[in-house]
Structures are given as structure tokens and as C-alpha cells.
Write a protein that binds this ligand. Structure first.
Ligand SMILES: Cc1ncc(COP(=O)(O)O)c(C=O)c1O
Length: 379
């Protein structure tokens, strides 16, 4: 048999899925495993969003729609961006995708040529590097300062003539850090000085606690070179709907559109009507979910700090990032096998020595998990 694709063979399978598979196997064997390993809200999608989707189904919105998305959603997104994110956006600068992940993949395909370098600030979410690789690009990693979780001039050391793109993710998965104005300005200055594109993944934008979310595209003329990624999964508890979007200059959207037209065609028509209701409807559901995440965040941080663990700032998203020192994979395995608490080792995010705990689970389960971790003691 002829050899399969070398490009895909070189891509690592999702590390986050392998530990959750192990946890699920233990659960199937009857073991009471508490999972703090997954990155999805435990809330149900708000009623009015589901109703809008059901109405759309009942009206027969079950056919193909324009590849970039239904006009009503493109308009709702452009209005949201212009008013909330403070940079101008027309509907033709938007593409609705099958989840934010698909938007990231299409953006990489749209911008990168073989050998182009993309700077990844680590710790980083697991799918950026594979998306760069599949697009034929090369990842250059830049480790963040693990005390401040903000950027400094050392970022410039990663830039060379092959640098085509930089990926910024604030609030960050896995660290929960939110970039302040200085960090964002630094990225903007570098992109402008060295003619570099940026992907700004703002999927956790609505989950920022006691800090301000800054959109990279709102700084200087960054809107001309930034692909802003966002979606509905985390803000509106819609992970299974597979709805995300990108906002970018028209020529980049046109490139992304070609990738979309020849692969998935479009996002699901009736699901997009739910997304219109999400953006245009009452935003109290977002506030309620954020308030509950904040309550859990404060609890989990105080417990971990009380046990003597150092934690990253946890200013956004729904993750606590904990410095366990030593071998994080061993610690995560011990917590799972002996404490029956599933967490993600930091190595999966290029941050050995750290562990990511998701607090997108009930307070009762969090309390139980903290008791178990406390009982296990440190290695
Ligand atoms: C940083 C980050 N970006 C993008 C995504 C993908 O989101 P979606 O479910 O909309 O594809 C995730 C999901 O875990 C994420 O954590």
C-alpha cells in the first residue's frame, strides 16, 4: 500500500481528548470520576436561543444558505463587532463557520504559504499548531513570562523575515490570563512594524472577571491585518451547535470563503437562526453564567492557594492554571487514578509543570474535587 499523507501523520492527536477518554473509560467501569478536564460550559443553551432554532426548523429553514452565513447573522455580527469591540465591521467582512475551530483552520489556510512562520504564545490551546501544520506553515513558540502572564519585548526575538502571522488568545485557554493594553499594543506594534498578520482568538471574550477585554483589531490600524475569531460555544453554552465566526479584511474573508465552499459549504442553516437570537436577544443569560463562573473561580482559586499551589492570574475563561512543579503528566495521572479527578496536564499546552482545571462544573462537584485533591497531598 502506498504511504498515507506525511503532513497529517506528523500532526499529534488531540491531547485533551486522550485524558478525557481515559476518564470516561473509568466512569464506564463504575468509578465516580469528577471531570475538570473539559472546556465546555455545563449550562444548557438558553431557552430563547433554542426556540429561535426550533421556529426556524418549523418554518422550513432546512436548506442550503449562502456559504458565508445567512444575511441576518452576518449583519448581527457586524453590528456586535462595531459596537462592542470598537472597530468598524461590515457584513462582507464576516464569515460564519462550523465552530470557532473551523474559523481558525480556514484562517490559517487562507493566509499561510509553505514554510511561513506563525508565532504561538505558550501556553497555548491545542489546535493552533495542528492548524498551522495542515496549512503547511511552521510554528515558532514563544513562552510567556510565567509570573505575569503578560507579554514583553522578548516577543520580538521570535520575529524574522519568514514570520507571517502571530496568534493571540485573550482570555487564554489554558491559563485564564487576559492581556492588558500593554501586551496588546506590543503585538500591534510588532505586526505593524514587520508586516505580520494576526489571529486574535476572542472566544472567551464574555468570560472576563474584573478586567477589561481588549480586541486586538481595535488598536491602531490592526483591523487591516487581524482575523478576529469568536463564536457561540462558550458565551452562550452552544458547544454542540458548532457555530463560530471570523471577522477580517474582505480579501482574507474571500480566501476563507473558498476553503469553506469546497469543504463544509456552510454552517447549519437553522442553527444560525439560533445564533441571531443569541446576539440580538436579552444578554442576561450571559451575565448569569459569568456570575456563576466567577463564584466558582473564586472558590477554586482560594482552595488551591490554601493548599499551597501557585496559580496563574485566572482573569478570564473558566480555567484555573496551577503550578504543580515537577512532572505534570504524572501528577494528572495520580489525581485521576488515585483521586478520581480528571484534569489536563500543562504539557498538552506546552507548559510542563502546570495543570489546567476547568471550573465549568457544578459547585458541588468542585467542592468534592477539591477535597479529593487535598486528601491526595502533594507529590
Ligand atoms: C481558545 C479556544 N479557541 C477556540 C475553541 C473552539 O471553539 P468552538 O467550539 O467554537 O469550535 C476553543 C474550544 O475549546 C478554545 O478553547
Amino acid at each position: 500500500m502506498k504511504q498515507l499523507s506525511e503532513k497529517i501523520a506528523a500532526v499529534a492527536p488531540s491531547a485533551t481528548l486522550s485524558i478525557s477518554d481515559k476518564a470516561k473509560k473509568m466512569q464506564r467501569e463504575g468509578i465516580d470520576v469528577i471531570s475538570l478536564s473539559i472546556g465546555e460550559p455545563d449550562f444548557d443553551t438558553p431557552r430563547h436561543i433554542k426556540d429561535a432554532c426550533i421556529d426556524a426548523l418549523n418554518r422550513g429553514e432546512t436548506h442550503y444558505s449562502p456559504s458565508n452565513g445567512i444575511p441576518e447573522l452576518l449583519t448581527a455580527i457586524s453590528e456586535k463587532i462595531s459596537s462592542e469591540n470598537h472597530f468598524p465591521c461590515r457584513p462582507d467582512q464576516v464569515i460564519v463557520t462550523c465552530g470557532a475551530k473551523d474559523a481558525i483552520y480556514e484562517a490559517m489556510e487562507a493566509v499561510l504559504n509553505p514554510g511561513d512562520e506563525t508565532i504561538l504564545i505558550t501556553p497555548a490551546w491545542v489546535s493552533y499548531e495542528p492548524c498551522v501544520q495542515i496549512a503547511g506553515g511552521k510554528v515558532v513558540k514563544h513562552a510567556i513570562n510565567e509570573k505575569t502572564f503578560q507579554l514583553d519585548d522578548s516577543l520580538l526575538e521570535r520575529v524574522n523575515t519568514k514570520t507571517k502571522m502571530i496568534v493571540v488568545n485573550s482570555p487564554s485557554n489554558p491559563s485564564g490570563a487576559v492581556f492588558d493594553t500593554n501586551s496588546m499594543k506590543l503585538v500591534a506594534d510588532i505586526c505593524q512594524d514587520y508586516d505580520i498578520y494576526a489571529i486574535s482568538d476572542e472566544i472567551y471574550e464574555k468570560l472576563v472577571y474584573a478586567k477589561e477585554h481588549i480586541s486586538l483589531a481595535a488598536i491602531g490600524d490592526m483591523a487591516e491585518r487581524t482575523i478576529t475569531i469568536n463564536g457561540f460555544s462558550k458565551s452562550y453554552a452552544m458547544t454542540g451547535w458548532r457555530l463560530g465566526y471570523a471577522v477580517a479584511p474582505v480579501e482574507i474573508i474571500r480566501q476563507m470563503s473558498k476553503v469553506q465552499q469546497h469543504s463544509v459549504s456552510q454552517a447549519v442553516t437553522f442553527a444560525m437562526w439560533g445564533a441571531v437570537a443569541a446576539l440580538k436577544g436579552d444578554q442576561r443569560c450571559v451575565v448569569e453564567m459569568r456570575t456563576e463562573f466567577d463564584r466558582r473561580r473564586k472558590y477554586i482559586l482560594s482552595e488551591l492557594n490554601r493548599m499551597g499551589y501557585e496559580t496563574a492570574p485566572a482573569e478570564g475563561a473558566f480555567y484555573a492554571f496551577v503550578n504543580v512543579g515537577g512532572d505534570d503528566v504524572q501528577t494528572a495521572t495520580r489525581w485521576l487514578e488515585q483521586g478520581h479527578v480528571a484534569v489536563m496536564p500543562g504539557s498538552a499546552f506546552y507548559a510542563p509543570g502546570w495543570i489546567r482545571l476547568s471550573y465549568a462544573t457544578s459547585m458541588e462537584k468542585l467542592k468534592n474535587a477539591m477535597d479529593r485533591i487535598q486528601k491526595l497531598g502533594r507529590n
